[in-house]
Design a protein around this ligand. Structure first.
Ligand SMILES: Cc1cc2nc3c(=O)[nH]c(=O)nc-3n(C[C@H](O)[C@H](O)[C@H](O)COP(=O)(O)OP(=O)(O)OC[C@H]3O[C@@H](n4cnc5c(N)ncnc54)[C@H](O)[C@@H]3O)c2cc1C
Length: 586
């Protein structure tokens, strides 16, 4: 029998892995033939999230020019670079377009077809449009991958799991609102992929409380407004009359920052500078392990500050009171945040030009409004000024911070589990909605279809209804018969609906305290409780502790996901070509 490789999950990650297998096979895999089995109920390329069968109203939240599936010289990897078009080059779009998800799905299918065509002769891909239910087999021998509706398993010399975003059982703290909704005939929608949710219980004209102001909220907003027949005439929303009234709040109480709407010009900050491989090595080598707040965050702050001030001093020197060379030297030498703050106070006269990450993270901290209506006005003002700031190159230090965030993310991936806070902070600052979505949000607010609740929103269930309030508007609350948790399910291996992962977990595959599957950062091999890599099982993607900021890499940014795909592809090919097939199908 020829060697058999099974890849479960044929979304962007499975496709990216296939691209790397095609790139590396000529060097690492000669002659002996190989069957690659792709298992996914959705079509390969786009997979579930980017499939053609979904609403055309849903967009990507990346500019088309920032999405590539191809490596370039900035990726530090052992395999060969194979260049290819970004989404905007492939689709002949303006680089600043926010493509819809269906179009991205077509790009991904094309990438998939190209990868298949580039495989050496003798390497064959088979797509199985089914769910994989279970992986069995000893560490030493062939694995069996059991598929839904098939009595016999696929036999695999190696298995790679690229399962993506997982459906999971709701968090235990959501059991209460769910039970209350059942008892009182209310609606409670738990965290879900909004595109797949049944939104029909949310009735026209009725108030709906929405917990979460991130990207899942934006999808919900779109599907319940334009998706129900409303339309925009310029900056005015014309309702269809079928929309509910959305009351949205969250911990921060504000939407994610708008995407930056201009390009980088001039010299780039030399990143990484204060948080690079040596610092990561030092953190990993700490005898008692590291604590994110105590050991990692100061390095993050220093790196983001460096990126911010580099841009301010080089592009807006008239707003600084020192040369960049002097500032840089003293910034590098500053021993602690107090010394750094004193330096910044001397060198940057306007406090508005200084980087204040805590204020950015909690913009409504201590802010109080006398009435709900005044807060609506106030938050619209906040969103409008965020939109204009993010499209105004006078604030290009923000773009410096953005580059800093990308660099930091790439480094922190190597640390493994650092908890969910950083991922949320990154998304809030660097991965917010497209500007046009925020303009729609403003129009919906003016039309009274969208209402803001405030920061630290609490929801109680009493008197047969859900009730939301927030310290931002003291004394005000809103009642509703429906509550939506607008966020993705937590990627928790132990609570995954997927039997495959739950069984791996039950069999001893290790998870982090945050519930992510532990993998070897070197090549993606799944680790057991003793930290031993499984010789024949690999995992890549957002359910692992090597997850990256999103699968789509911006061109020329070193893409950590590409590095991981390359390492896994090479490890897999080396293993498959070294181990002659000894077992036969039973
Ligand atoms: C709604 C949404 C929008 C996003 N938008 C963006 C964006 O605009 N820009 C960006 O950079 N990132 C975005 N992301 C981030 C996201 O991480 C990536 O875009 C990408 O989809 C992740 O790729 P993946 O292959 O790891 O996971 P997925 O896309 O989730 O693909 C995993 C595949 O595995 C299959 N699968 C899972 N379990 C099994 C099983 N047991 N058997 C068989 N098949 C299985 C699924 O059917 C699916 O097709 C978005 C994520 C979501 C959820």
């Amino acid at each position: 029998m020829r060697p058999q490789l099974v890849i479960v999950g044929a979304g962007p990650r499975g496709t990216g892995l296939l691209e790397r297998i095609a790139a590396n096979a000529p060097e690492l895999y000669a002659g002996s033939g190989l069957d690659i089995h792709l298992v996914d109920p959705h079509p390969p390329g786009g997979g579930r999230i980017w499939r053609a069968a979904q609403s055309p109203l849903l967009w990507m939240n990346s500019h088309a020019e920032d999405v590539t599936m191809f490596t370039d010289g900035t990726v530090q990897m052992a395999g060969p670079v194979r260049e290819g078009p970004t989404l905007h080059e492939w689709a002949r779009l303006d680089g600043r377009t926010f493509a819809d998800r269906q179009l991205q799905g077509r790009y991904l299918s094309w990438v998939y077809e190209r990868a298949v065509a580039e495989l050496p002769p003798g390497v064959t891909v088979h797509h199985h449009p089914r769910r994989a239910l279970r992986v069995s087999g000893s560490r030493e021998g062939r694995q069996q991958v059991w598929l839904e509706g098939r009595p016999r398993p696929l036999l695999a010399d190696l298995v790679v799991l690229a399962l993506g975003h997982l459906d999971s059982e709701p968090d235990p703290d959501l059991a209460e609102p769910a039970a209350y909704a059942r008892e009182h005939g209310l609606v409670h929608l738990p965290p879900d992929f909004t595109a797949d949710s049944d939104l029909s219980p949310l009735k026209a004209g009725e108030p709906v409380l929405v917990r979460g102001f991130g990207l899942a909220f934006v999808d919900l907003m779109v599907l319940l407004t334009e998706g129900r027949g409303g339309r925009y005439e310029g900056d005015t929303y014309v309702p269809s009359g079928r929309e509910p009234v959305l009351y949205v709040g969250s911990r921060r109480g504000v939407p994610y920052h708008a995407k930056i709407g201009y390009d980088w010009t001039g010299p780039r900050p030399a990143l990484p500078r204060f948080l690079g491989p040596p610092e990561v090595e030092a953190l990993l080598a700490r005898p008692g392990g590291f604590d994110f707040r105590r050991d990692v965050w100061p390095l993050v702050e220093k790196e983001l500050g460096f990126a911010h001030y580099h841009r301010l001093f080089t592009a807006h020197a008239e707003r600084t009171a020192m040369t960049w060379a002097d500032f840089e030297e003293r910034y590098a030498a500053a021993a602690d945040p107090v010394e750094t703050a004193a330096l910044v106070a001397t060198a940057v006269p306007d406090p508005a030009d200084r980087l204040d990450l805590a204020a950015l993270d909690h913009p409504l901290d201590g802010v109080r409004y006398a009435s709900h209506e005044e807060f609506q006005e106030g938050l619209r003002g906040y969103v409008e000024s965020d939109l204009s700031r993010r499209h105004d190159p006078a604030h290009s230090a923000d773009l410096g911070v953005f580059l800093g965030l990308l660099s930091v993310y790439g480094q922190l991936v190597r640390l493994g589990n650092i908890g969910p806070w950083w991922h949320g902070f990154f998304s809030y600052l660097a991965s917010g909605p497209p500007g046009p979505r925020l303009r729609q949000l403003l129009a919906l607010s003016r039309a009274g279809i969208l209402r803001f609740v405030g920061a630290d929103m609490t929801v109680t269930a009493e008197d047969g209804v859900f009730r939301a309030s927030s310290p931002t508007v003291p004394g005000h609350s809103v009642e509703a018969r429906a509550l939506v948790e607008a966020r993705l399910p937590e990627p928790t291996v132990g609570r995954a609906r997927d039997t495959l992962l739950r069984e791996l977990h039950a069999e001893g595959a290790a998870e982090t305290p945050g519930g992510l599957l532990r993998v070897d950062p070197a090549d993606g091999r799944i680790l057991d409780g003793a930290g031993r890599p499984h010789p024949r099982r690999f995992a890549l993607g957002p359910f692992t502790d090597a997850r990256t900021p999103g699968v789509f890499t911006r061109p020329r940014t070193g893409g950590p996901a590409f590095r991981q795909n390359d390492a896994t592809a090479r490890a897999a090919l080396a293993f498959l070509s070294a181990s002659p097939v000894k077992e036969f199908a039973r």
